[in-house]
Design a protein around this ligand. Structure first.
Ligand code: ZN
Length: 232
């Protein structure tokens, strides 16, 4: 099913494009993304084991579909996260421009989504904000620079080495709420983790994504009765 971010197949019409999209939007009273307002969150103490990212170097494959670049771990290259004693395995990394979530009225140049799935098929998506002028720049691996970053090559297929340490911030304070996928079918529930601290990206990295991918953020959805927790 053809959908897009503008025009007649844009976000306000997604639910009219097919019955699956319609059902997903209608059944869930919780849709993503939302505006995150720290003052309105339920504050939770973050313990050492509240969230555990297995951050390491993984071999990934790149692909281009649904309007953005997707990175997925090659077979045998598992990365995972444990949240509330449940383990989720990394399936996919992709980016939206500009950010989909808003943090304290602040939008960011990019939001990277790490999509994880548990053994019993539950989804957890971790959103990391990326900004090109935010403090020290993380050193991206040579593979990302030399092969992937060339503007005309973002859409090609590669197998690259990726160091997850540079894409997930050191400060693991995060927002947590129940939401949905932000692309059709926008189904849920999805366990959302949105990191408060952005990562700093090289300017040419953001520029390459802006040129090749462009605007790919779903508009904000109503928070309704949901509680957003802030673990810090
Ligand atoms: Zn996404």
């Amino acid at each position: 099913m053809e959908w897009s971010y503008q025009g007649q197949n844009g976000p306000e019409y997604w639910s009219r494009l097919c019955t699956d999209f319609k059902r997903a939007e209608e059944e869930a009273s919780w849709q993503s993304p939302i505006s995150l307002n720290t003052a309105a969150t339920r504050q939770e103490p973050k313990k050492d084991d509240t969230i555990l990212f297995k951050k390491e170097k993984v071999k990934i494959k790149t692909d281009f579909f649904n309007h953005t670049v997707h990175l997925s771990p090659a077979e045998g290259n598992e990365a995972s996260v444990v949240f509330q004693d449940k383990m989720y395995v990394l399936q996919d990394i992709h980016a939206h421009l500009p950010s989909e979530h808003i943090i304290d009225d602040h939008s960011f140049e990019m939001e990277i989504h790490f999509v994880y799935r548990s053994d019993d098929d539950q989804l957890l998506v971790c959103g990391v904000m990326g900004q090109s002028d935010y403090g020290a720049v993380s050193p991206l691996s040579g593979d990302l620079y030399n092969r992937f970053l060339k503007e005309d090559s973002l859409k090609k297929h590669y197998t690259l080495n990726l160091d997850l340490n540079v894409l997930i911030p050191d400060d693991s304070s995060f927002y947590h709420y129940s939401g949905s996928l932000t692309t059709p079918p926008t189904m849920g529930p999805v366990t959302w983790i949105v990191m408060k601290q952005p990562i700093s990206l090289p300017t040419d990295f953001v520029k390459a994504f802006e040129k090749v991918i462009g605007q790919t953020n779903r508009p904000l959805q109503p928070v309704k009765e949901r509680t957003v927790c802030f673990y810090h």
